[in-house]
Design a binder for this molecule. Structure first.
Ligand SMILES: [Zn+2]
Length: 147
């Protein structure tokens, strides 16, 4: 129960956004202990973000996009369960810290690095069914391409 109460302020924030999405034609599902809202007005917003997590609420452009991103966003749900109301400030501070050190606020953010390390969050990195040519890597390094 505590794992739901501790991040509840952010879950409520997500619920408010989710309710607005429902009012604008979106839909909601309960999957793996989280509420997933998709479609509606969010599907028409500009920008590259296809999903965002607030506590136990995940907002996405489409249900298919949520399916693809679920493992990654579920890592963020676990992070909210650890950090509770402090997750968003910690996330933003970590992004600012990375940016101040010449790195990327999003990609190099340790919370994103952890989420990308979730194996199920990287289906493209599963071993290929065909054997790789000798001397070539079969999979990308964890966390995507490195500089
Ligand atoms: Zn993420």
């Amino acid at each position: 129960m505590l794992r739901y109460l501790w991040p509840a302020p952010w879950s409520l924030f997500g619920l408010a956004l989710g309710a607005a999405m429902l009012a604008a034609g979106g839909r909601v599902r309960r999957v793996q202990g989280a509420l997933e809202f998709s479609g509606g007005a969010l599907a028409r917003l500009p920008g590259a973000t296809t999903a965002i997590t607030f506590g136990h609420v995940i907002l996405g452009r489409s249900a298919a996009g949520l399916d693809a991103l679920r493992a990654h966003e579920q890592v963020h749900v676990r992070q909210y369960e650890r950090w509770g109301p402090f997750f968003v400030p910690a996330y933003l501070a970590e992004g600012a810290w990375q940016w101040l050190h010449g790195r990327q606020a999003y990609r190099d953010n340790r919370f994103e690095v952890e989420a990308r390390q979730e194996p199920k969050a990287n289906p493209i990195q599963l071993p290929a069914t065909e054997p790789a040519p000798p001397g070539r890597r079969r999979t990308a390094p964890l966390g995507g391409s490195e500089r």
